[in-house]
Design a binder for this molecule. Structure first.
Ligand code: ADP
Ligand code: ZN
Ligand code: MG
Length: 486
């Protein structure tokens, strides 16, 4: 599908996301079963999360603390009192026949977060944040259909989630991508979720409609599901926007429905029409008291909030004089930002620190499948290397080799330097000898330099560094070159 530009630009897309975030509590939301991922199927279950008759839920305090933390960071107003409700529907992985969620009295409402849209800050409204339990997981196996088996794993049943519902404030797939990235970063900062989309701890449904530019009324929306990566979210939205425009341009109407993204065919297809929408028959959960987060509790949570990503990004830019883009990249991860600040503090070289982390270290770590948190290169070790580079004791080229070796062996900079003979040639006489040899072999270039073509100095510099395998002290090389060539 590809629409003519003049058709496409007649329309505006309107997008709102519903994001489910799995909280990092050790136990489930209404029982003490473990939430660990990857355990043998159905091993983390009890009468409560199996939905056996007569079992009673008991609310996990830590889940409420984490949800409150998230709601605060999303600038929401916390309701003085919220209430759990039963959302009734039948599904094999929902043994109780209902999911405990929140409905008309959610934990928090009316928040916002800021995203970057076309180089400007844009505020996206958060309609609500509520707590709920996850359902179990169905696993299907076998083909053809006659041979098909389905399994149910209830380890996930009762794992705590928050649902974050946005206002329909997003206007393009890129904005939706940016919004979800910000939500994920925020959850990681708060340490309330691992935000892992592949393992399902971050899930996103996208609602999308189109309308003519300038219109104020919302168009009929479709809801996209099955978006288990950031890329799919963006692709599915782009596809769906074009599809809707085509339908409308062709004189048709958009039906309110749920559609699934098919990543193999790169398209969405209808799953169920909202005409047959579930009536969940919500009613207040009789087995749980209304939830009241006391002022004291809120205050405790507020005090535990770390510096948030946006604030940190701005501070890194200001305090260390970093380019905006570097500050943004570093602030994307709390561990990386912490690491950077430690290296900057120890080396006194924030710009070099940012460059070495973003241009070299992240790739070396990626290549060797190591994370920042495992610290194959301790911050003091990178700081040591950077100090040597800043002093001119080590060339940038040597630095790269040394760093690669540090990541591989987990040894300190000085250990690698001593072992591998990466020692500097810092003796002016030795360097002068190399310089004179190169001058002798290249009389034409010497003459050019002396006639005033001083730019050729860089060429000489390169020759000396090549001859010394990058081991000559670069500053000294320049000094000696100037003296000898004069
Ligand atoms: P539903 O009743 O289908 O659950 P809601 O009004 O609760 O719909 O909204 C669910 C999500 O859909 C929210 O994120 C909201 O911002 C978004 N949304 C609502 N209406 C539209 C629309 N016309 N176009 C795009 N998104 C919408
Ligand atoms: Zn249980
Ligand atoms: Mg709704």
């Amino acid at each position: 599908m590809s629409l003519a530009t003049e058709v496409r630009t007649k329309y505006e897309a309107v997008i709102g996301l519903e994001v489910h975030v799995q909280l990092l509590t050790k136990s489930k939301i209404f029982c003490s079963c473990s939430t660990r991922f990857g355990d043998p199927p159905n091993s983390n279950t009890c009468p409560v999360c199996l939905g056996l008759p007569g079992a009673l839920p008991v609310l996990n305090r830590e889940a409420v603390t984490m949800a409150t933390k998230a709601a605060m960071a999303l600038n929401c107003a916390l309701n003085a009192r919220s209430r759990f409700a039963r959302k009734n529907y039948f599904y094999p992985d929902l043994p109780k026949g209902y999911q405990i969620s929140q409905y008309d009295e959610p934990l928090a409402e009316d928040g916002w977060i800021e995203i970057d849209a076309d180089g400007a800050r844009k505020r996206i409204g958060i309609t609500r944040v509520h707590l709920e339990e996850d359902a179990g997981k169905s696993l299907h196996e076998g083909f053809p259909d006659s041979d098909r088996k389905s399994y149910i794993d209830l380890n996930r049943s009762g794992v705590p989630l928050i649902e974050i519902v946005s206002e329909p404030d997003l206007r393009a797939p890129e904005e939706a991508y940016e919004y979800l990235t910000r939500i994920k970063t925020l959850m990681l900062y708060l340490e309330v979720s691992d935000g892992n989309m592949e393992e399902g701890s971050l899930r996103c449904d996208a609602n999308v409609s189109v309308r003519c530019q300038g219109a104020t009324a919302l168009g009929v929306k479709t809801e996209l599901k099955n978006l288990n990566s950031f890329r799919f979210l963006q692709k599915a939205l782009a596809y769906e926007i074009e599809r809707q425009i085509e339908v409308i341009e062709g004189g048709g109407e958009i039906g309110q429905e749920t559609r699934l993204w098919d990543s193999r065919e790169q398209r969405t297809y209808g799953m169920r029409s909202k005409e047959f929408a579930h009536d969940y028959r919500y009613f207040p959960e009789p087995d749980l008291l209304p939830l009241v987060v006391s002022e004291e509790w809120k205050e405790e949570v507020r005090r535990s909030l770390p510096e948030l990503p946006q604030a940190r990004e701005e501070r890194l830019e200001r305090q260390y004089g970093l380019p905006k883009q570097d500050a943004q990249l570093l602030a994307m991860s709390r561990t990386m930002a912490d690491y950077f600040e430690e290296v900057a503090r120890r080396s006194g070289q924030p710009k070099l620190a940012a460059n070495w982390i973003l241009n070299d270290l992240v790739f070396l770590l990626q290549e060797s499948h190591k994370g920042f948190t495992e610290y194959p290169v301790r911050p003091e070790s990178l700081a040591e290397l950077i100090s040597l580079i800043a002093k001119g004791d080590i060339s940038g080229k040597m630095g790269k080799e040394i760093l690669a070796e540090m990541v591989r062996t987990e040894k300190s900079a000085s250990a690698v330097i001593a072992e591998r003979g990466f020692t500097q040639i810092a003796d002016p006489e030795k360097i002068a000898a190399v310089v004179r040899e190169i001058m002798g072999a290249n009389p034409k270039q010497v003459e050019q330099y002396r006639k005033g073509k001083t730019a050729i100095l860089d060429w000489f510099f390169g020759q000396v560094m090549k001859a010394t395998h990058g081991q000559a002290n670069p500053q000294l090389v320049r000094e000696v070159l100037k003296k000898e060539l004069a």
